[in-house]
Design a protein around this ligand. Structure first.
Ligand code: 6PG
Length: 237
């Protein structure tokens, strides 16, 4: 695990975009394609925007295959849709090879099954797929992707994608499961803002129960990389 702290959210976004481009270049050179999972929420918007503008000609987008870590149960053009945010900020502006979105307009269980099937077809394997890069955020409650505290999805080890009922939000989300995230070659957490500071301390510097702070379950072999702004890092020792 490594932790990097940047002065401002802008500097965090600049660095995340540069790292993304670097990973893409290496994956394309070594394996001919780059498979990346995008995060939702508001934090990565700035990174996506920089990729769309400053990296439009610096990444071979035709070899980039885009996936999502989670989705809300809404159609793709809905304000709450992670796909919509990623499209507006990035995917509408660069010629990626393919966008594999979670179908939030379906019943969550059906959407999860469909996405798992899509992953099986894409990766042509029964083994847990290994994405080149997974981007994640955290919520102030310690969730990541749509792995919320004390929810059923945290325990799932035999599925790649599940519908996860989240009682406190009175909804169900579609989310990748822990084994899929942990199988990735690289996992970056992008975290900005003071409202994440106390939670981040629990995640990174306590032995809190991972069921209460699901981001603690994310332990890929390469160790997650944490990219924080000063405000998010302000409660760390
Ligand atoms: C989502 C996410 C989620 C997000 C965090 C942080 O769809 O909500 O993918 O895990 O990364 O909630 O969200 P913010 O960046 O908006 O704080």
């Amino acid at each position: 695990m490594s932790i990097h702290v940047y002065e401002t959210p802008e500097e965090l976004a600049e660095t995340a975009a540069r790292e993304f481009a670097d990973k893409a270049g290496k994956a394309i050179e070594e394996r001919g394609r780059f498979t990346v999972v995008l995060a939702g929420g508001s934090t990565p918007e700035a990174t996506y925007g920089i990729l769309a503008s400053d990296y439009a000609d610096r990444i071979d987008w035709s070899r980039v295959y885009v996936f999502f870590g989670d989705e809300r149960p809404v159609p793709p053009d809905h304000d709450d849709s992670n796909h919509r945010m990623a499209s507006e900020m990035l995917l509408d502006h660069v010629p990626v090879a393919n966008v594999h979105r979670m179908r939030g307009e379906l019943a969550p269980e059906a959407a999860a099954e469909a996405y798992e099937e899509e992953l099986r077809t894409f990766f042509r394997t029964e083994e847990v797929p290994r994405f080149d890069l997974i981007l994640l955020g955290i919520g102030a409650d310690g969730h990541t992707a749509s792995l919320f505290p004390e929810t059923a999805a945290l325990e799932v080890s035999d599925r790649w994608v599940v519908a996860n009922p989240v009682l406190k939000l009175d909804t169900a989300r579609i989310t990748l499961t822990v084994p899929v995230i942990n199988a990735a070659l690289a996992v970056y957490f992008l975290v900005a803002g003071e409202d994440k500071a106390a939670t981040l301390r629990e995640i990174l510097e306590s032995d809190a129960d991972p069921r209460a702070y699901p981001a603690r379950l994310i332990q890929p072999q390469s160790g997650p990389e944490w990219m924080l702004d000063q405000a998010a890092a302000s409660a760390l020792s």
